[in-house]
Design a protein around this ligand. Structure first.
Ligand code: NIG
Length: 402
């Protein structure tokens, strides 16, 4: 898939006469993520309105604007829709017992990926599509309007291609993750499996993928194997991302920076050198606090990353093993309470940070020509995500998946 998702839905509009416009009016606090439009890095406006024409933001203005349709925000807060840049939504089966065992003291080691692979291979594409649709519906109710979806539970040529075809029915942000774990049939032969991933599997996956990813971790794949996967993906025209430093210190972050990955995800165990490398690069550090929560791992040191100048994203990482949630509001509460991010930093990380991790400029912000994807909160400010944890604070999500 070579299409650039930026602006792909924009249509030339000759003005209000020919276009359908909607105004979100009477916004008490509007987060635009465009410093040119308001105060501070979040570009905050008070008593505001957003006019959306044919799906794109036409104007950010004062309350009282006029359009074909009016939605009254009743003085509440409006934010850009969440951009969830890391998910594994195409899966079947259930690993609740693995979770229960973990809560009783067992460590997470990623081995359960093979359990999900068995279940996913046995599920029809219609069933997988139904499961993805339901997970996206829940994400949307929680304010998410852009979602990256990885493969990684097929782990053979046909099932990786099939799961990516299911994913591309829902998002342009599809990621080929054949290098998720060595499947049963290749146990003890990881390099042979990497040959397959870089050969026939990539050839079958690439037409349905925008990105390629690999799990760089002890017990999964080492840096040399991941480098081979990323190089093959780059040669096939895919963008690069990497799972790294999730279960212990390792070479994932440095490999991601060396290879110019758009994002390295997890970043739970970082050395000073890792942080310096991220801060001096364009690679986004994508933090997945719900995974650290569900695996009883420490949280990443977001404060040090931010203070060093790294770009940080927050994503939910919905998957059946380490993080079975699509709730970005839950992640925001963890980020503020346990990762010492401010509410402003956490919100930015889950909106414009996620967009940056996906190389997108048309989402994650509410400025003219961006997509009109937003969430109206049942709260006067975004601080309430951490202040009222566990509450449903999304009154209305405007954007896809609805
Ligand atoms: O991002 N770490 C690798 N992949 C997923 C977990 C996969 C699973 O346990 O099924 C993650 O956490």
């Amino acid at each position: 898939m070579t299409a650039d998702p930026n602006w792909q839905d924009s249509r030339a509009t000759s003005g209000r006469d020919a276009a359908r416009s909607v105004v979100i009016d009477n916004i008490g606090l509007l987060v635009t993520n465009d410093p040119a439009l308001g105060d501070g890095p979040l570009g905050i406006r008070r008593d505001a309105a957003v006019v959306i024409t044919d799906g794109l933001v036409e104007e950010v203005t004062g309350a009282g604007a006029v359009a074909d349709t009016r939605i009254d925000a009743e003085g509440m807060c409006v934010i850009p829709g969440f951009v969830d840049s890391h998910s594994h939504l195409v899966f079947a089966g259930d690993r609740a017992e693995e979770f229960a065992a973990r809560m009783a003291g067992q460590a997470y080691d990623g081995g359960g990926i093979r359990v999900t692979t068995d279940a996913t291979r046995n599920a029809s594409s219609i069933e997988l599509d139904r499961l993805v649709t339901e997970r996206l519906r829940r994400a949307h109710l929680g304010g998410t309007t852009t979602m990256e979806i990885k493969s990684g539970y097929g782990l053979n040529v046909a099932d990786e291609a099939r799961t990516l075809q299911v994913a591309e029915g829902h998002t342009t942000e599809t990621t080929f993750l054949g290098a998720h774990l060595v499947p049963h049939e290749y146990l003890g032969r990881p390099d042979d499996y990497i040959d397959l991933v870089c050969g026939d599997m990539l050839a079958a996956a690439a037409p349905h993928s925008r990105w390629i990813d690999a799990f760089c971790e002890e017990g999964a794949f080492d840096a040399d194997q991941c480098r081979r996967v990323l190089e093959a993906g780059r040669d096939a025209g895919l963008g690069l991302r990497l799972h790294g430093n999730q279960l212990g210190p390792g070479s994932g972050v440095r490999l991601a920076v060396e290879m110019g990955c758009a994002s390295v995800d997890h970043c739970t165990y970082l050395t000073d050198d890792d942080i310096d490398a991220l801060a001096g690069s364009d690679t986004v550090a994508t933090l997945l606090p719900a995974a650290d929560f569900s695996t009883r791992q420490p949280y990443p040191d977001a404060r040090r990353l931010l203070d060093a100048g790294a770009t940080v994203a927050i994503a939910a990482n919905c998957n059946p093993g380490s993080s079975y949630t699509t709730s970005i509001p839950f992640c925001l509460a963890l980020a503020v309470r346990d990762m010492h991010m401010t509410s402003d930093e956490a919100l930015a990380a889950a909106t414009i940070g996620g967009a940056t991790a996906l190389g997108r400029t048309d989402v994650g912000r509410l400025s003219p020509r961006a997509r009109g994807h937003l969430a109206i909160l049942d709260a006067p400010s975004h601080h309430h995500f951490a202040y009222q944890p566990g509450q449903n604070l999304i009154r209305l999500t405007i954007g896809p998946y609805g």
